[in-house]
Design a binder for this molecule. Structure first.
Ligand code: LHQ
Length: 260
């Protein structure tokens, strides 16, 4: 299948999906979310693919929702967007019975951070950063961040990241258990491919079932948290602070939030 917003490259058992909107740090549009889900489905349907690498083209991994895609905030239908486009993508990644590795080459922000966290393993370049950017524009975590974040780093660190929306450098992310490995920038792709190659040579059915079991073991259901996130995002997009956050982003100035 031909994609317009990403590259899909199967090679020796490893399918590499490269987010390909580098000018906007691979911010997610509706087309891109749908293509991403299709790419994961394609990897799932192809028996020759036994591991997947997700990475970003250019200097960013993924800056989350494309904030220029929405021009008339508040958007009443954002809950539907989360339910119909983001949530099925996160579930497709987590339900894929094959290992998925994020090769985080630069900033992973908002839903872009969620996308990385939905992978099974995360390898990051030294210069990569992770931020739960939602709060900076008056929104709440979505796309599974409020599920995966406290599970990975514990409540206190999750709350700090989600409340403050600050950039966490790759080394800090490694220390807090958010990610698996940090490698020099120039070695990221080869390190991720080497890890994926190792995984692709392992018993794929057993790895798939192991993934299923580990996910089952996470007590709360992901579906319930995803639904709560969709409801919360619907509420947050109706606020004055979200409008101010968007406006400030577009005008390249710090936002002045009012609490309304
Ligand atoms: C962007 C973006 C972007 C468009 C950088 N969009 N252009 C939300 C709402 C509704 C439904 C469901 O879900 C969600 C989930 C979310 O993901 S909400 C969170 C959305 N993401 C953000 O708020 C992050 C916004 N971006 C940033 O804070 C910064 O750009 C980061 C920290 C990611 C990177 O900073 P820098 O490295 O300093 O790069 P930059 O800011 O200069 O960005 C480079 C270009 O990319 C720039 O364009 P320009 O034309 O000026 O070169 C940005 O405007 C563009 N860009 N993020 N999300």
């Amino acid at each position: 299948m031909d994609f317009t917003t990403l590259l899909y490259t199967p090679d020796k058992g490893v399918a590499t999906i490269t987010l390909n909107r580098p000018d906007v740090l691979n911010a997610l549009t509706s087309v891109m979310r749908n293509e991403l889900r299709q790419a994961f489905e394609q990897a799932g349907a192809d028996d020759d693919v036994r591991a997947v690498v997700l990475t970003g083209g250019g200097r960013g991994f993924c800056a989350g929702q494309d904030l220029r895609e929405r021009t008339d905030a508040p958007t009443p239908g954002v809950g539907a967007t989360v339910r119909q486009e983001y949530n099925p993508l996160i579930l497709a990644m987590r339900q894929l019975p094959k290992p998925v590795i994020a090769a985080v080459n630069g900033v992973a922000a908002g839903a872009g951070c969620s996308l990385a966290l939905a992978c099974d393993l995360i390898v990051a370049a030294e210069s990569a950063t992770f931020l739960e950017a939602f709060v900076n524009i008056g929104l709440v975590p979505d796309s599974g961040s409020s599920f995966f974040l406290p599970y990975l780093v514990g409540y206190a660190r999750a709350a700090e990241m989600a409340f403050l929306g600050e950039r966490v450098p790759a080394t800090g992310a490694l220390e807090m258990g958010l990610i698996n490995r940090v490698v020099p920038d120039g070695e990221l792709q080869s390190a991720a491919q080497a890890l994926a190659g190792r995984l692709a040579a392992l018993p794929t059915k057993a790895i798939g079932q192991t993934k299923r079991q580990l996910n089952l073991a996470l007590a709360a259901t992901l579906e319930a948290v995803l639904e709560e996130e969709a409801r919360g995002q619907e509420m947050a997009t109706q606020t004055a602070d979200h409008r101010e956050g968007l406006q400030a982003f577009r005008e390249k100035r710090p936002p002045k939030f009012s609490g309304r």
